[in-house]
Write a protein that binds this ligand. Structure first.
Ligand code: URA
Length: 433
């Protein structure tokens, strides 16, 4: 078998066999197939797609590319949540401690930023000392003792995805349904959770731009998961505008902390409550009403925040940062973007905002790039707000003043201001069970 023929077959619209997919994935992980051939194949898949059976074969090849984890030593129901990626999406930082302090076990493996979207691991690493490289028995011990651990994918878990994820990030091949479904479900099937809630983002800041595409992705992933014996649910949530007000790593951790205290932005709070509720419902905690009431209680009485602070301490960070967010290092420079005219914000294109944040240093342009944890954006106005010319739209944070001009231009290009109040769009657009 030759990689060249596999690329050509997909380029010309053919259907790959399970053997061809395994040849590609296994050869890539062994280092025998170079990045440039895999980039070409990913681009061919981006244009030609894959049918459900190819996507399942790719998912299983990714799952089998490394170790299958055994979480049976974890006491209790193991529940996970995975987002398809968005801008300002810090929901994992909020929902994981909430469900853990209500008795579910969260043995969570998260990813890094991808394309214009952020990643939970990058966000957590903005807390000095926070270790995300915990695996094996230590990981299981921490989950048993503390109810929660959030770590990066270990090198041995779905290594094919680790390689593909980094490659797709810099070759414009992220937003492909089969590549996203197999990436997410390959990892999820290699881990050993009982229940998984997927947050499938939809809109300009998501990899799937329309509700129909997002629903198709959700159905595909739910089906792959159910076939593998997992309890699955997917929420389709809005990502046409950034979620919350903060974009960028430490800014997002701070906003997650505010949300855990009950002081978060309304949109972020609503999505987090929905995700946490469904995580608890499918893990058998109770009906929706009971779960919602319990979630409100642990936010109000501080238990959810305390669980987050404990997790930070156990994983090497300083819990004091969680109670005093002024301890997070600040960017050297800030810059206010002002509204160019009076009117309603009719569009705040999430992808554009994500790219603006990337331009400030909050994400990667190449696989080797280092992230500036303090860089990012804090929105002062959101879609539907009325602004007057000169009112602040957003504050930009960077450690290099030269980054402000291109980021401001990108942000303004992504913002539309008009005379009419835009129609409200629900945050939770559908649920796939
Ligand atoms: N999240 C993943 O884990 N993989 C993707 O391809 C996109 C989002």
């Amino acid at each position: 078998m030759r990689m060249y023929d596999i690329i050509k077959k997909k380029r010309d619209g053919g259907t790959l066999t399970a053997e061809e997919i395994r040849f590609w994935i296994e050869g890539y992980v062994r280092g025998e197939i170079p990045d440039y051939q895999v980039s070409a194949l990913c681009m061919a898949i981006y244009y030609r797609g894959m049918n459900a059976s190819e996507t399942t074969d790719l998912t299983l090849a990714i799952r089998d590319s490394g170790d299958r984890l055994d979480f049976s030593a974890i006491h209790g129901v193991r529940v996970d949540k995975h987002s398809t990626g968005g801008v300002g999406d810090k929901t994992s930082l909020v929902v994981a401690p909430i469900v853990a302090c209500l008795g579910a076990r969260v043995a969570k493996m998260s990813g890094r930023g991808l394309g214009h979207t952020g990643g939970t691991i990058d966000k957590l690493e903005s807390i000095a000392g926070f270790r995300t490289d915990i695996g094996g028995e230590e990981f299981i011990r921490i989950v048993n003792e503390n109810g929660i651990a959030i770590v990066g994918q270990t090198a041995s878990l779905a290594p094919a995805d680790k390689l593909l994820y980094a490659l797709r990030d810099v070759t414009a091949t992220v937003d492909s349904m089969p590549l996203i479904a197999s990436s997410i479900m390959g990892k999820k099937l290699a881990a050993d959770d009982d229940c998984i809630v997927l947050d499938v983002k939809t809109g300009s800041g998501a990899f799937m731009k329309t509700v129909e595409e997002s629903r198709a992705l959700a159905e595909l992933m739910v089906e792959i998961g159910c076939r593998a014996g997992k309890k699955m649910r997917a929420l389709i949530t809005d990502m046409d505008r950034p979620l919350g007000a903060a974009i960028g790593n430490s800014l997002e951790v701070i906003e997650a902390i505010e949300t855990l205290k009950g002081d978060g932005p309304a949109d972020l709070t609503e999505v987090c409550l929905a995700l946490a509720t469904h995580m608890l419902v499918i893990s058998g905690h109770g009906d929706e009403e009971t779960c919602r009431a319990d979630i409100r209680r642990v936010i109000e009485n501080g238990e959810a925040l305390a669980t987050f602070a404990r997790m930070v301490g156990v994983q090497g960070g300083a819990p004091a940062w969680i109670y005093d967010t002024g301890l997070f290092p600040k960017a050297a420079y800030t810059y206010t973007v002002s509204a160019p005219r009076d009117g309603y914000i009719t569009r705040a294109d999430a992808e554009g905002y994500g790219i603006a944040s990337l331009l400030l240093g909050a994400g990667r342009n190449t696989k080797e790039d280092k992230i500036d944890y303090a860089a990012g954006i804090r929105l002062a106005a959101k879609t539907g707000d009325y602004v007057r010319k000169g009112d602040p739209l957003a504050t930009l944070y960077a450690n290099d003043e030269r980054l402000f001009a291109p980021a401001e231009a990108r942000l303004l290009a992504a913002t539309e201001i008009g005379a009419e109040l835009p129609a409200a769009r629900p945050l939770i657009l559908d649920i796939v069970e």
